[in-house]
Design a protein around this ligand. Structure first.
Ligand code: ADP
Ligand code: MG
Length: 347
């Protein structure tokens, strides 16, 4: 059953011509970790806030647990939200911060201690209960904010870029911790991020948004390997997919599939490349180059070469590369949409 459903959910702000969110249809499954991914301004927060009841839709419907909640207040929706700024109460201890929603919900006092115990042990912060927020690290504060959200045992968690205040290393561990936490509690979660790595790493499914429109919904593997259009193809992946315009179609291939010719195993398209620059990143090298000869002479391309490949690359050298034929993607030029069409002249 869908825990959260949106039907043609739309938000047009006054004076704006384009909607911030346009006719979004979503079915979020029980226990799922669903990620909204898109660039800044693509409507992720607005969509999440309409689901939460913090923003009134211009049109459309929100259903939670099978009920139409479009006109219900946030507190009546069975959701808990964690924002980018955790907004813990600075003068209250961790214990009291976690208790706060229980008091508002009028949970009997006798049950408070056990609930705080449960939430804090799930997040591993039992030893921090008597501290105040300023005595905590960023990661610990983030866990307190999550504990405060789960203590209400919501049907749905809504998380808006909750890790973006953490430094890179902490983000990676917090990401993994959050995934483990989700597996343990199993609460349906919608998670907003502009970070494709977070989306790929954490999401059961990813909703890719651009300009308030859903471009694709799929598992991380689907959105990466079978992008619905050129926007998804280039938004996911770093560096992005190489795209070559050729008449009615655009041919695309990911940098990791532009391989040194010596690694070719099956049918492949040969490409000769003049190296422009090389970024040495330890585990891999990113080779930026220009194609030489043929139909795409002069076209810029990028290749990712793992450190396990011993070949050396330097600026101004010429090297032979290949793209395995089954790694080529094709998109309609007019619409940008992926197409099954495969015939294509490289020469
Ligand atoms: P995201 O979270 O993906 O960065 P937002 O949902 O915050 O995007 O914003 C989507 C679009 O709606 C943006 O163009 C933004 O400028 C606009 N927008 C957001 N909030 C308001 C508001 N209160 N009034 C007018 N426009 C807004
Ligand atoms: Mg946002």
């Amino acid at each position: 059953m869908a825990v959260v459903e949106t039907r043609k959910l739309t938000k047009v702000y006054a004076k704006a011509e384009l909607g911030a969110v346009n006719e979004v249809d979503l079915l979020v499954r029980e226990g799922e970790f669903l990620v909204f991914l898109g660039p800044s301004g693509s409507g992720k927060t607005t969509l999440l806030r309409m689901i939460a009841g913090l923003e009134e839709p211009t049109r459309g419907e929100v259903r939670i647990g099978g009920r139409d909640v479009t006109r219900l207040a946030p507190r009546d929706r069975g959701i808990a939200m964690v924002f980018q700024s955790y907004a813990l109460y600075p003068h209250l201890t961790v214990r009291k911060n976690i208790l706060f929603p229980l008091q508002a919900q009028k949970v009997p006092r006798a049950r408070h201690a056990e609930k705080v115990e449960w939430a804090s042990s799930l997040l591993g912060i039992g030893h921090l209960l008597e501290r105040r927020p300023r005595e905590l690290s960023g990661g610990e504060r983030q866990r307190v904010a999550l504990a405060r959200a789960i203590v209400r045992e919501p049907q749905v968690f809504l998380l808006d870029e909750p890790l973006s205040n953490l430094d890179a290393k902490l983000r990676a561990s917090a990401r993994e911790e959050l995934s483990r936490f989700h597996k343990r509690v199993g609460t349906t979660t919608i998670y907003v991020t502009h970070d494709q790595i977070e989306a790929m790493a954490m999401g059961d499914r990813v909703v890719v948004l651009a300009q308030g429109v859903v471009r694709q919904i799929g598992t991380p593997r689907e959105v990466y390997d079978q992008p619905a259009d050129t926007f998804v193809a280039t938004f996911l992946g770093s560096p992005p997919m190489n795209l070559m315009e050729a008449g009615e179609v655009i041919a695309g291939f990911r940098p990791e599939h532009l391989l040194p010719a010596s690694l070719a195993t099956g049918p492949a398209v040969p490409l000769r490349l003049r190296v422009a620059t090389v970024e040495y990143l330890g585990a891999e090298r990113i080779v930026y180059g220009v194609l030489l000869g043929g139909r795409f002479d002069g076209q810029k391309v990028v290749s990712r070469i793992p450190a396990t490949v011993p070949a050396a690359y330097a600026a101004d050298e010429t090297h032979d590369f290949v793209v395995p034929e089954d790694r080529l993607e094709f998109f309609e030029r007019a619409s940008g949409k992926r197409t099954g069409r495969r015939e294509f002249a490289w020469r």
